[in-house]
Design a protein around this ligand. Structure first.
Ligand SMILES: Nc1ncnc2c1ncn2[C@@H]1O[C@H](COP(=O)(O)OP(=O)(O)OP(=O)(O)O)[C@@H](O)[C@H]1O
Ligand SMILES: [Mg+2]
Length: 252
């Protein structure tokens, strides 16, 4: 039996006003796999992610979630399906602590009050279940966390809410080597739990270290989606910079 993709997009078009950004894009993400989404600055990666997450819905095309056609009008629709997007620009609320962020909009109550102890325990056990030990107290404010720790909180939120698809848009601020390593390990663990993970990255070493497939956007066109084991770094760099590499990508 063929595996049903968690996400399948076909014929996606998207413009911002008069500016066309995505052209007839196809994209598939499978359960248990990390799919890297690569492309040069401005290629349309974040635009694709904003459409997947319902932030800026696509203009046209087909969107299938776990095999069924869906229509997303808002981020709420995406969350209800089990889609967690860690956005490039803003993923968390700075002024709230880790627990509050993990339960934002879905707070637990006990009687009339918030179930603070219950939420704190669930946040703590989710983080320790992911072998995250570098966070300190779950009552720390997100504004005090490093970039890598913020991404970790966002990924833990995806696990807590039983997401099926997690999309991680590369953060604007670069992470340190150790932090990047931790986030990548967490990404791999989420895929090993059976989630579909989409990772946007400009770092080819990271892409090759963690991904099962690589999808390349070139000027708004999806020029190739291949198994990571079937391509070399050099081929992927060529696809990113010129839209083709040998038989792959745009026709000559
Ligand atoms: N809200 C917007 N309004 C108008 N144009 C936009 C908007 N957002 C993005 N664009 C344009 O769409 C194109 C694709 O942008 P996008 O942010 O998707 O690129 P990207 O692949 O994520 O790049 P990067 O690697 O730099 O994050 C760019 O030309 C950008 O200027
Ligand atoms: Mg982007």
């Amino acid at each position: 039996m063929p595996v049903t993709p968690v996400l399948e997009l076909r014929g996606i078009d998207k413009s911002y006003g008069a500016v066309k950004v995505l052209y007839d894009v196809a994209f598939t993400a499978y359960p248990g796999e990390v799919t890297a989404l690569v492309g040069d600055n401005g290629a349309g990666k974040t635009t694709l992610v904003k459409g997947i997450g319902g932030v800026h819905p696509f203009d046209s095309g087909e969107y299938y979630f776990e095999g069924a056609p869906v229509r997303l009008g808002s981020p709420r629709d995406a969350a209800a399906l089990g889609i967690e997007v860690v956005h490039q620009d803003l993923a968390l609320c700075e002024n709230l602590d880790i627990v509050e962020n993990m339960f934002l909009g879905r707070e637990r109550t006990r009687g009339l009050a918030l179930d603070e102890a219950g939420m704190e325990a669930a946040a703590t056990s989710t983080l320790s279940g992911l072998s995250v030990r570098t966070m300190g107290s779950v009552r720390r404010r997100v504004s005090d966390l490093s970039g890598g720790q913020r991404q970790t909180v966002a990924l833990a939120r995806a696990v807590l809410w039983d997401s099926r698809l997690v999309v991680l848009d590369e953060p604007a601020a670069a992470l340190g080597v150790a932090q990047t390593q931790q986030v990548l390990e967490l990404v791999r663990r989420l895929a090993d739990k059976g989630l579909a993970v989409v990772l946007i990255s400009h770092n080819m070493n990271d892409v090759f270290a963690v991904s099962d497939r690589i999808a390349t956007l070139y000027l708004g066109h999806m020029v190739a989606q291949v198994r990571t084991g079937d391509v070399t770094h050099r081929q992927v760099v060529e696809l990113i910079t010129s839209g083709r590499s040998g038989d792959l990508g745009l026709p000559r």
